[in-house]
Design a protein around this ligand. Structure first.
Ligand SMILES: [Zn+2]
Ligand SMILES: [Zn+2]
Length: 380
């Protein structure tokens, strides 16, 4: 059975249809009234997934609008799910946690001290988005982002490495005890403030190769349009130069005509440039597709951060399922690597740009503490 056939059979059964496989590539469907209405099918339908069409069967394939119609049947089902992942065999905690931390943390202006390591559960939110970039051509893609809701870390890489484990068919619904240990999730406001910069970066990076190719095409077209009109204009101007020396009524009429021609060429050039601008205007849309609440076991490192007279306790998780530590949380900036600067006032962990000097007056300030410069009020 093809993947499409299996998906359709499964979906129709879930929507109350009786589905029977009569021969390869053929399904016989007894559809309830609602399903008949939604799909425009008779009560008994013969679905044909093969290449050969045949009388009295409904041909189903990836072409046409079948995927959209089945998508409409799915509606919002499967948009949100939760799952608990357990290692198939016990994974011992890291033998030298100090070394793990040493590799995970780089704090140029603060010191850290490991306070303790404990086994616990955490809740990771995995979000999938679809982006569409359209100009003269169109590009679509999916972006997956992940957050550890307990430590605040962005864990896209850890989640990408968890994919093989996620492909396992057995689906453990999280146990109440696991959920209790993992703790509550984020408020909508917290999620929005953490999600937007990360999503923005991922979309920009995903669209970048498409954008580069588009810019090349635009430049090629612009050069072509310019070369064509430039040639026409030069020829006309040369003619005008010759006519400038001629006298008489005829020459005057020719001069006027040629001047009008130059104007017309310039006008047409501008119109062509406007066309290009419209044709290559880029529209990017991002749509949320799916959310998965993933409960995973972790070894939690309690780490004391010290900066001048202040101290703060943070958590950093080591994930037994992928045997790796997550990156430290980053409260301002993208935090691509492991370097974090610690602010004086509230000991925020930010990437270096999160503590940078104000572009206007030069005063350094923490972007997690303040959204605008404290001296000149200029927004970041
Ligand atoms: Zn701060
Ligand atoms: Zn300033």
């Amino acid at each position: 059975m093809s993947e499409l056939e299996a998906f359709v059979a499964d979906l129709l059964e879930r929507r109350g249809a009786a589905v029977e496989r009569v021969e390869p590539d053929r399904l016989e469907v007894l559809a309830p009234a609602a399903l008949q209405r939604q799909l425009g099918w008779p009560e008994f339908a013969h679905l044909n997934f093969g290449m050969q069409r045949s009388e009295g069967t409904i041909a189903i394939g990836l072409e046409g609008d079948w995927l959209e119609r089945f998508g409409a049947l799915l509606a919002d089902h499967g948009r949100w799910s939760e799952r608990e992942l357990r290692p198939s065999a016990p994974v011992p905690p890291p033998g030298d946690p100090e070394r793990v931390l040493d590799r995970a943390l780089d704090l140029p202006n603060a010191v850290w001290r490991l306070q303790g390591v404990s086994a616990t559960w955490t809740r990771c939110l995995m979000l999938t988005f679809r982006f569409t970039a359209a100009s003269d051509e169109k590009r679509e893609g999916l972006i997956s982002l992940g957050f550890n809701l307990a430590t605040g870390a962005v864990i896209n890489d850890i989640l990408a490495r968890l994919r093989p484990a996620l492909a396992q068919p057995e689906w453990h619904v999280p146990e109440a005890a696991t959920k209790r240990i993992a703790g509550a999730g984020w408020s909508e406001a917290t999620l929005a403030s953490r999600l937007h910069p990360v999503l923005d970066r991922e979309v920009r990076e995903s669209v970048e190769p498409f954008l580069r190719a588009m810019r090349r095409r635009l430049e090629r077209d612009r050069n072509r349009v310019h070369a064509y009109h430039d040639e026409l204009r030069r020829t006309s101007l040369k003619r005008l130069e010759t006519l400038a020396r001629a006298e008489g009524e005829r020459a005057q009429a020719d001069r006027r005509r040629e001047s009008l021609r130059v104007e017309a060429i310039e006008r047409e050039y501008r119109v062509k440039l406007d066309d290009l601008r419209r044709n290559y205007a880029l529209r990017v849309s991002v749509e949320w597709v799916q959310a998965l609440d993933l409960y995973v076991p972790v070894q939690r490192f309690d780490v004391l951060i010290r900066r001048r007279k202040g101290e703060r306790l943070i958590q950093l998780d080591w994930h037994p399922l992928v045997k790796a530590a997550e990156p430290p949380l980053c409260e301002a900036g993208l935090g691509r690597d492991r370097v974090r600067l610690v602010c004086d006032d509230r000991l925020h962990l930010t990437d270096p740009s999160g503590q940078a000097s104000c572009v206007s007056c030069g005063k350094p300030f923490c972007r997690a503490c303040l959204t605008a410069c404290p001296r000149c009020q200029r927004a970041s």
